[in-house]
Design a protein around this ligand. Structure first.
Ligand code: 5AD
Ligand code: SF4
Length: 333
């Protein structure tokens, strides 16, 4: 559906009854275009080591948190669990690291996950900015989807929340293009309610995603993380950040009916049924956490990050054992 920037802004400002109508419309568009199935990706938080110092993130380089990297055995056990439970796919996520040993470890893990699941598990990676060569290696190993959030499409805001020495906005954009060139289904996303962000910025984020012709999106409310530099700055109330996130999901569904949109964990940090509300607003992907219990607390990107999600309530809609690829990716135009 084509919407002008002004129409998008109006829809993003929907409240109460109008918001309820927007969600119904978005869910109907999803059901008609790609069906009412919900696809699971088992989330494996591989490591909280990170070379970057993003001003908002609880595992930034300077954060004083306990660092861990899962062992091969832990990753493969989590993947095997996902396979046995017929999750369809796993996501390997982690902080940024570009050492050659790390790149080789990931390559080997991807191959091993493919082997142990007899090629049945789809593999999404979310491991930050890497070289085109690395993206190609991991793709050749068997990964076929990649998530890399732009965080905000407003260049000035991006620069305010990322230290200059960690790389520029254009580097992130280039990485998104490289992922496409390497053959991945490409996902991006933004945080909603960043200090200084406006509803106009959010409308531009949606237009950015459409211009980039993304296949998948994961976006969630910004949640201050105690001890990070950005946490000192004022933000919209949590309820507004959540409502805007739901509106963003619904409007993106209207703009890009056949992409995959995740109901992200950060929503559930604000209200217990946050991810369910995202599904009702047009999302179609859920990423239950499969990181070993004892380590989950260390992958603390923001305060109050939920450690689990109960899929029972969505049981009737969950499509077990399917990859749930982005329909958009296979479209020819
Ligand atoms: N609030 C919400 N999301 C956050 N992320 C990192 N820190 C925060 C925070 N404080 C998100 C970023 C990143 C993803 C892995 O986690 O969007 O891309
Ligand atoms: Fe590292 Fe990602 Fe956190 Fe930035 S948002 S500090 S790249 S883990």
């Amino acid at each position: 559906m084509n919407l002008s920037r002004d129409e998008i802004i109006d829809l993003l400002n929907s409240e109460g009854e109008a918001a309820a109508r927007l969600f119904e419309r978005a869910a109907a568009v999803r059901d008609k275009t790609i069906g009412n199935g919900i696809y699971l990706r088992g989330l494996i938080e591989y490591s909280n080591l990170c070379v970057k110092n993003c001003l908002y993130c609880g595992i930034r380089r300077d954060a004083e948190c306990e660092r861990y990297t899962l062992t091969r055995g832990q990753v493969l056990a989590a993947a095997e669990h996902a396979w046995r439970e017929r999750f369809g796919s796993v996501v390997l996520q982690g902080g940024e690291n570009r050492l050659s040993a790390y790149i080789a470890d990931i390559e080997r893990l991807v191959k091993d996950i493919k082997t142990l699941s007899r090629g049945e598990l789809g593999i999404t990676l979310s491991l930050g900015e890497q070289s085109l060569d690395t993206y190609r290696r991991w793709f050749a190993a068997g990964a076929h989807r990649y998530l890399l959030r732009i965080e905000t499409s407003n260049r000035a805001l991006f620069e305010r929340i990322h230290p200059a020495e960690d790389g520029e906005f254009d580097t992130r954009l280039q990485a998104l293009h490289d992922l496409r060139a390497a053959g991945y289904q490409v996902g991006t996303g933004v945080m909603i309610g960043l200090p200084g962000q406006t509803v106009e910025d959010l409308a531009d984020d949606l237009l950015f995603m459409r211009a980039l012709d993304i296949d998948m999106c994961g976006m969630g409310p910004y949640i201050p993380s105690a001890g990070t530099p950005l946490a000192a700055q004022a933000v919209w109330p949590a309820e507004r950040r959540m409502n805007l996130t739901l509106n963003m999901i619904a409007v993106l569904r209207l703009l890009m009916p056949d992409i995959n949109i995740a109901a992200t964990t950060a929503l559930q940090a604000i209200v217990p049924d946050g991810r369910l509300r995202a599904v009702a607003a047009g999302a179609n992907v859920i990423m239950p956490n499969l990181t070993p219990d004892a380590l989950r607390k260390n992958y603390s990107l923001y305060d109050n990050k939920p450690l689990s999600f109960d899929t029972k309530i969505l049981e009737a809609n969950i499509r077990y054992g399917e990859w749930g690829d982005s329909k958009h990716f296979f479209k020819n135009d």
